[in-house]
Design a protein. Structure first.
Length: 389
């Protein structure tokens, strides 16, 4: 994926609106919509958007007081001070909003001096612990260990970790530690491009590492954005303190929309008739599915996305193959006030995404996909996705 400098950044340079204006790298192509952002332009942390990281871990305790906003920057101030049984304090922010697939980007500047672990990462939680019960997916855009050696302050780790909640490790941990070739004490842009089957990691718009990560390998969570720095690896060197890690902005763009029958992605899911929990799992690892009363006509399940941008989307339904499934399930796709109908045999083939076609949709919640049971077998409801084309 290529990146393009935004017009706003160019104009800021041309008309002299601050020599340090960032060269932001928006995702290219059509259909991307910015869903979450913070330019840190105020004088305080926007607590409507952020929780503070407040855990006590490794060599430091994390304090809200260490996070400051000034001059268009968010600073995590790193200190030598006695607090909560530790001799050093760090901190960070954790977004209250949770997100999943899309492109995430920040611009950051790392500190000198050994002993600090700074990160831009995605995981569930509110900042009070890095081992919340709900943790399943962790995606690390950057993990950088500070050092007093400029030659070593070029290394970054990017990757995926899976968890089973409360600090219990999951089965899958692809990652890479690589030499960026850059002095990470200077400003650089870091991007995470998370899609259904992989995560791509960028530094200054250059692809550095790709991790395969499919829903069949492990649960794909809705996650928060973490911007943090803690004492880790070795005791921090007081000679370099106080210091700070700084962030210029954070962005999240979305293009595709996934609706499920459970969890945060069930915001647009409704049923009529009688539906029951199934023992068959869905598109996402161990995700639950539903089935209508078998041999009953007219039960419906509807998925209604909230599309942030009008455009053409290819619509897919996740088909669950079973000998007892509905052999003639009806799917009505409503797009721009028009209804297109498809029929799917759930007793043959293989389970997976089946295309219902590509259609133009307005922004908002006018579009939908409705499943209606035929009265033969059991209609099964799992998930629908709208992929921008």
């Amino acid at each position: 994926m290529r990146r393009a400098v935004t017009l706003g950044a160019v104009l800021a340079t041309v008309i002299g609106m601050g020599a340090a204006a960032p060269a932001q790298a928006d995702p290219t192509g059509t259909g991307w919509t910015m869903v979450f952002s913070d330019d840190f332009d105020g004088s305080t942390v926007d607590t409507a958007k952020w929780n503070y990281r407040t855990d006590v871990k490794a060599y430091s305790a994390q304090r809200p007081e260490n996070v400051t906003v000034s001059g268009g920057l968010m600073s995590i101030n790193l200190k030598q001070e006695a607090y909560a049984g530790k001799s050093f304090t760090g901190g960070g922010l954790v977004s209250k909003q949770t997100m999943r697939y899309g492109y995430y980007e920040t611009r950051a500047k790392i500190n000198d001096g050994v002993g600090w672990h700074s990160s831009f990462w995605l995981m569930a939680g509110n900042g009070s612990t890095t081992f919340p019960a709900e943790q399943r997916t962790e995606i690390d855009g950057f993990e950088i260990d500070s050092t007093s050696s400029p030659a070593l302050l070029r290394n970054n780790h990017s990757g995926v970790h899976t968890w089973n909640g409360g600090g219990a490790s999951g089965p899958y941990h692809p990652g890479s530690t690589y030499n960026t070739g850059l002095d990470l004490r200077q400003w650089h842009t870091y991007g995470i491009d998370w899609a259904e089957t992989s995560v791509k990691f960028y530094v200054d718009g250059v692809l550095k590492y790709t991790a395969a990560y499919t829903p069949s390998q492990w649960t794909h969570d809705y996650t928060s954005i973490w911007l943090t720095s803690i004492g880790y690896g070795t005791s921090p060197d007081p000679a370099f303190l106080p210091t700070a890690v700084q962030f210029d902005y954070i962005r999240y763009w979305q293009k595709d929309y996934y609706l499920d029958n459970d969890g945060p992605a069930a915001y647009g899911y409704t049923e009529t008739g009688t539906w029951l929990d199934s023992t068959l799992t869905g598109w996402n690892y161990a995700s639950p599915t539903r089935y209508a009363t078998c041999h009953s006509v007219g039960n419906t399940a509807t998925w209604r996305p909230n599309l942030r941008a009008a455009g053409t989307y290819q619509v897919f339904v996740h088909k669950i193959v079973h000998s007892g499934s509905d052999p003639n399930a009806r799917y009505d796709t409503v797009h721009d006030g028009v209804t297109s109908t498809s029929f799917i045999n759930g007793t043959t083939g293989t389970s997976g995404w089946v295309s219902l076609g590509s259609y133009h949709f307005p922004s908002g919640t006018a579009g939908s996909v409705k499943l209606t049971s035929s009265g033969s077998g059991c209609a099964r409801a799992d998930a629908v996705k709208f992929v921008r084309v």
